[in-house]
Ligand binder design. Structure first.
Ligand SMILES: *[C@@H]1O[C@H](CO)[C@@H](O)[C@H](O)[C@H]1NC(C)=O
Ligand SMILES: *[C@@H]1O[C@H](CO)[C@@H](O)[C@H](O)[C@H]1NC(C)=O
Ligand SMILES: *[C@@H]1O[C@H](CO)[C@@H](O)[C@H](O)[C@H]1NC(C)=O
Ligand SMILES: *[C@@H]1O[C@H](CO)[C@@H](O)[C@H](O)[C@H]1NC(C)=O
Ligand SMILES: *[C@@H]1O[C@H](CO)[C@@H](O)[C@H](O)[C@H]1NC(C)=O
Ligand SMILES: *[C@@H]1O[C@H](CO)[C@@H](O)[C@H](O)[C@H]1NC(C)=O
Ligand SMILES: *[C@@H]1O[C@H](CO)[C@@H](O)[C@H](O)[C@H]1NC(C)=O
Length: 405
């Protein structure tokens, strides 16, 4: 049923036919590239390590060690939906991808890169575009203001390991939902206004033909190691669902004056903070807050009183030794609480205030717990998931789980 030569030597031309659920799937190689049906990606991952795909895509081409892009692309079929390119290509010429009208995902790992204005012409089905360079940070990328204009369907745009400080006034497609600028050299949030001309509404010129409408859902600025200032009104009027600032030295309080209007989810993992950012949570009425991998040793009642809107709190890998008395009382909406990787053991003393009617998921794994006190969870009967792995509990009595349904 299956004819597969994967683990053998790589032939100049390798053809695979696989029966997957009755459908014939194929994979073959042309110079520099592997071309295949996405259903074979797991079988081919050894050959195409840098081509993670989005769901729903079928044919893809993954090319490595590309030097002459035009020549490499000549052998790639015109009807592919995803294209991953890795190599050294200093310039992306005009209309380089115009032969691929069905392309939905384009992932570029091409080193220091200068993009010409019309490089993405013809890609009006493209949804995912990423520029990646993995360590050391950062290479420079020159993107002209109108380069993204043809991409009227673009929903994800991601830069990883690139500095955009030679690019200015990049016009973002209004279809964009997710913007990531990770491992870059941002120092202040303010710089985003200069980089992206229509990101922050008040900054776009009034000459714009249509009234501006908010479009972004996720802004991911993680691992900008120099990003330590928000800047007053830096994100003036911006409406977002999620802001991700993991691994940046930004003081979260700076967000209060940034002019950001709305936020459901804020992620501040590994930012070095020592205090739960209660004020920020209260200001935006956050529904989810992730402050894992920080140095929060104590939580005060004052911090909690501002967190009443939280449905999900991830506090994993801080150094909490105990929980404040009224912990869950102060968080009436809370449904998921991650307290893994603290030092809440050896004997867990759950405060009397551990009463909640909404909590569904509680993670207490890796806490040096040795015993579970009797009735430890009796005030949270509606709990659906309780995580206790990585502790030192040798004996669980039915009394300690009393009350759980
Ligand atoms: C290809 O991968 C799928 C999913 O991982 C697996 O079920 C299948 O057995 C693999 N086929 C071959 C020929 O290795
Ligand atoms: C699109 O962006 C979102 C948010 O950043 C991310 O979760 C998702 O994985 C991205 N999709 C692709 C295919 O890159
Ligand atoms: C761009 O940023 C990098 C890193 O911060 C810096 O070394 C470089 O001088 C900057 N270039 C310009 C033109 O500002
Ligand atoms: C933040 O909250 C604390 C109480 O936890 C309060 O004392 C402080 O004044 C607040 N700071 C700002 C900037 O609102
Ligand atoms: C809690 O956080 C840890 C570390 O990020 C993660 O591995 C774990 O899955 C989380 N727990 C739950 C229940 O989501
Ligand atoms: C685990 O608990 C036992 C007693 O139940 C104790 O002897 C042992 O030292 C503990 N191990 C760790 C790693 O804490
Ligand atoms: C486990 O708990 C039961 C009931 O509390 C007790 O009788 C038993 O000795 C315990 N076993 C160990 C190994 O601690």
């Amino acid at each position: 049923m299956e004819r597969l030569l994967l683990s053998s030597y790589v032939l100049p031309l390798l053809l695979l036919d696989l029966m997957n659920g009755g459908l014939m799937s194929q994979a073959w190689t042309v110079p520099d590239c592997t071309i295949a049906d996405s259903s074979l990606l797991s079988n081919l991952s050894f050959y195409v390590p840098f081509c993670p795909l989005a769901p729903g895509l079928h044919t893809f081409a993954s090319c490595s060690n590309v030097k002459d892009l035009t020549q490499t692309l000549r052998a790639v079929p015109w009807d592919i939906q995803a294209l991953c390119l890795q190599g050294m290509v200093p310039i992306l010429p005009a209309k380089e991808f115009a032969r691929f009208p069905f392309l939905q995902l384009l992932r570029l790992q091409l080193g220091t890169l200068k993009i010409t204005s019309e490089a993405f012409q013809g890609l009006n089905q493209l949804q995912y575009l990423s520029f990646e360079h993995h360590a050391p940070c950062c290479l420079s990328l020159l993107l002209p203001p109108d380069a993204l204009e043809p991409l009227t369907f673009l929903s994800n745009l991601s830069f990883h390991g690139y500095c955009l400080n030679y690019s200015q006034n990049i016009q973002l497609p209004i279809s964009l939902r997710h913007l990531a600028l990770r491992h870059s050299c941002l120092r202040e949030l303010q710089e985003l206004q200069g980089l992206f001309s229509n990101l922050v509404p008040s900054f776009s010129p009034t000459a714009s033909p249509r009234p501006w409408s908010p479009f972004l859902e996720v802004l991911d600025l993680s691992s900008n190691l120099q990003l330590n200032q928000a800047g007053v009104r830096a994100l003036n009027g911006l409406q977002l669902h999620s802001l991700i600032l993991d691994g940046t030295p930004l003081n979260a309080l700076g967000l209060l004056g940034s002019g950001l209007l709305h936020l459901d989810f804020l992620s501040l993992m590994g930012t070095g903070m020592e205090k739960l950012p209660g004020n920020v949570s209260g200001y935006f009425e956050l529904r989810a807050l992730d402050v894992g991998r920080n140095g929060i040793q104590n939580i005060e009642d004052g911090d909690l009183s501002s967190c009443h809107s939280l449905e999900c709190l991830s506090l994993q890998a801080n150094s909490l030794k105990f929980l404040p008395i009224k912990f869950l009382n102060a968080l009436p909406q809370l449904q998921r609480l991650n307290l893994s990787m603290h030092k809440l053991g050896p004997a867990l003393v759950l405060p009397d205030g551990l009463v909640s009617t909404n909590l569904r998921v509680l993670d207490l794994s890796h806490n040096e717990l040795c015993v579970l006190p009797y009735g430890a969870f009796s005030f949270i009967p509606q709990l659906e998931e309780l995580w206790l792995s990585g502790n030192n509990i040798s004996n669980v009595s039915s009394e300690s789980l009393e009350g759980l349904k």
